[in-house]
Write a protein that binds this ligand. Sequence first.
Ligand code: PRX
Length: 650
Amino acid sequence: MSTQSLYPVSPELAGSAKINDEQYKKMYQESIVNPEGFWREHGQRISWFKDFSKIRKVSFDDHNLYIKWFYDGTLNASYNCLDRHLEQRGDQTAILWEGDDASDQRTLTYRELHAEVCKFANALRSQGVRRGDVVTIYMPMVPEAAIAMLACARIGAVHSVIFGGFSPDSIASRINDGRSKVVITADEGIRGGRIIPLKDNIDMALQHPDVTTVEKVIMFKRTGNDAVNYESGRDIWWHDLISVASEHCEAREMNAEDPLFILYTSGSTGQPKGVLHTTGGYMVYAAMTHEYVFDYRDNEVYWCTADVGWITGHTYMVYGPLANGATVLMHEGVPNYPSPARLPEMIDRHKVNILYTAPTLIRALMAQGKEHFNDMDGSSLRIMGSVGEPINPEAWRWYHEVVGKEQCPIVDTWWQTETGGCLITPLPGATDLKPGSASRPFFGVQPALVDNMGNLIEGAGEGNLVMLDSWPGQMRSVYGDHDRFVLTYFKTFRGMYFTGDGAKRDEDGYYWITGRVDDVINVSGHRLGTAEIESALVAHESVAEAAVVGYPHDIKGQGIYAYVTLNQGIEQTEELRQQLRHWVRSEIGALASPDLVQWAPGLPKTRSGKIMRRFLRKIAADEVSALGDASTLADPSVLDDLIGTRLNRA
Ligand code: PRX
């Protein structure tokens, strides 16, 4: 290992952090050798109504798969985030909210948050929501988003949060899959100075002929725009509902394995799948990882910049930090609006101790120049995190130097919607850092690398990243389609959970995630299936065929590159190109809109008709000098044509 690229744990943190290297090694060893004993102890970090006696029941056998944790215990997630703190920290701020416009500020203490959640839980009940019902939440970043989630959890309903950037069609398919009767939204959202027509999007989604289950739409008034549609009989104002609701609502006793939420995520095939998380194991894992990964200490201000519509917003903005009684800073807008100085200003204004953000933001800030950080005090900041995509060492160093003033360790946390919480991550007081490496596994996590045949790779090497055993935060199923769960994650490599990522392991046992090895791309930390974008493109009347790949993008990590074959007689115009970009935006959402659209009279296919994507990836990346063996192509000449008209050139 080159020492130049090593950032050792500071002696101060090694002495004061919750876990130092010696403890990490000891606890990790114990978690693998004696998982029952280890999790019996750590399962106690949350409050149980009825304590568990069973720790785990796990089989990764694809013919007989089951995953259960703490499965005879009972608890409630909202109780764990609220009620149990009231005595000790009822008057402590739970949510510190800053609007898109910085003059909008709100705080909610634990006592106030508890009261709001109880009222809204009663309101949901009054609208017929029962235990096990799926409730769709399509909200801006306001405290009511967290209140809605916790209210569902309180009464045993299962929330399904949809990111505010998704289009009406995407909302419709998610509502439909979850068969939601109730949708919670806001009139409009505000983000980076722009209005997001949330209610209009919901209205459009509900007009979709497939969507037949929705009876009620609860609307939070955020902007108060009178022009927003209100359909009497179906729509109800949030404030009207809670004005008559009681502040008392007993938290429902749930089994550890009862569903807590569904969150849709993209895979390499088909429509996004509803990742199902259950209550006990998820809560234990969320609380424990939040405490150890961020070395979280009582009374600290913790800021996670993720949107509540993603798993990071679930685990590390709501459930983990609130279970630990943290003060959570929630921001309605984007941290570099109206200028890059917003991030340092917010850190200083709220005396943020822990910051958790994404590489794409760091790269965007980097591009705008470090002078925006000149006036930053930054002395409150202690720990910084990164999540969502590989962080390039250059961005890592900039983050460390400019944002953290060389005083804060960076925890580069690798995990997925499916994993519920961090699996491979440094711990601030234990792990010497290497920029670009997510480093070592968390307690109880057993990563391994396998070659394409499924053979384990020992020592330093590179391969497909798998997990050999379960951890409490693991997803339990794909909602409504358990076979798809088994097929997606447990069939590629028998007896192992396949992550879909590739990774390298160095001689120190550190993992370096190299990115997805399947047809999933990661755009600004947002996960998209190329198949979804392709099916949106071919649904356009002018398109005969489309192939989508990712290509390296300076800010977004990956950009979206679409090769499009038009129907006979359709002219290749700039206007059509723009139209197709807009089309995908309206079919899926702005995040899926292709950056580059290349006209492709033909696509490189094998004789049996399979598209050879590796050629397309190379052309999109402008790596055309070594395309590799093209002899299996039905018509190798299509490559020359695509190379000649490629759009991403140095
Ligand atoms: O490819 C990995 C990448 O993001 C994928 C998971 O995406 P999603 O389910 O949307 O969850 C994102 C937030 C947890 C992974 O398969 N990824 C996530 N974190 C990292 C990462 N790649 C490299 N380094 C990371 N720290």
